[in-house]
Design a protein around this ligand. Sequence first.
Ligand code: SF4
Length: 464
Amino acid sequence: MNERDSEQVAQTFAERGYTLTGHESDADAILVNTCSVRDQAEQKALGKMGMMGKYRDVRSHVVYGFMGCMAQSRGAELFDRIPHLDLVVGTQKYHRVFDYVDGILGRRLEERMDEVGAEMVTGRVEDEVKKVNGKEVISAKMVDTEEEKGSQNTIRDHVSKETKQATAFVSIMQGCNMRCSFCIVPDTRGKERGRPIGDIVDEVKRLVDKGVREVTLLGQIVNLYGRTEFEKVDGKSPFVQLLEAVHEVEDLKRIRFTSPHPIGYRDDLVEAFKYLPKLCSHIHFPMQSGSDRILKLMRRPYKNEKFLTICEKMKAARPDLAITTDIIVGFPGETEEDFQATIDCMKQVEFDNSFIFRYSKRKDTPAAEMDGQLSEKVKEERNQALLRIQEEMTTAKNAKLIGTRQEILCEGPSKTNKERLSGRTSQNKIVIFDGDAERMTGEVMDVMVEDSTGYTLYGTPVIH
Ligand code: SF4
């Protein structure tokens, strides 16, 4: 989701004549989009921003800004941590970043000393003049973290890539109304707000016109899309109505979505997998824990049995379905018994992959204050145990694919070896193969799987 928001901001700059650079040292403006899900991510963002302050010694006009969740949750206190910071922009204000940056930059480059933050609609403005290498630089210190009605409708533009692009993310909503005790998202992203179906379909059509063949619909709880804004029609939730509408887009080959939640995962969505063939045979379905006691402490309002029932129904609807998940291990109060329940559930569902996170305290969340915090040693041991179990399951599942023919969407050169191509099966498994990037990117094609190294498959295209 952060990646998608960053792309939106980047596109607003590109549209107005700025050039995106891959080198921080060349940049006139450096914006860091921050995640608050884990403390480690915040520390990394702060460290990186601190380190990049050196560019102002050489280019005194450089504008520095934080956007996203950490900007939202910490606001103006970030100026105390990073003295060279100019801008803090929250999660409902991505569409305003360009005006703020352009305003500061324009004045710095023109060396005008009038008020830097004149265009600000909301927020605090505190100009001060500092000397950098004997030159006067206006330090802006602008912050805008207010709520803004309709901000979910502003995440809709995509950066035009020089190379062919086969897949794209489409943000369909923002915010979350749940209050999981470990999560800071409801504070940083606000309440659930969905975009109109027509706007989303138009965005998908524009992407398909540019060559995109697969879209992933994004939301904090994607299956709850539109429940507060739009009506059910013929017993179908707004999310299923959206899937049907996107499915109609000609030349779109595949649809994915992430992430669904057991709450609101109803039979209309299960059924959709039977009659919408463009829906890929994969769901990323966060389980978090296999223990009902821990789910309750996490304030996840469902029992493990419900999670398992949905998995079973989904496998019945799509027999070739792959299920991946998120698990938090070492949550406060997690006993050996609770941990074993998570292991049992992993084995029962036979996840194709799991993203396993060691619980870490997040500031301002109820779980951070709970009794029964586990030692890092215990958390690490349990984390490693789950990783081993998952690795065994994934390796065994992928080994069974050796010698089979799989349909993939070619996504272009592999990220790890540009000489080779990469694609994904409907089950979201990566396949590496040789071929012509220009001709094959965006093509749905068959490959014979010849090898597997645990998580990655290797194959040869089947020439028709
Ligand atoms: S469902 Fe829970 S974990 Fe997911 S974004 Fe909402 S509060 Fe956070």
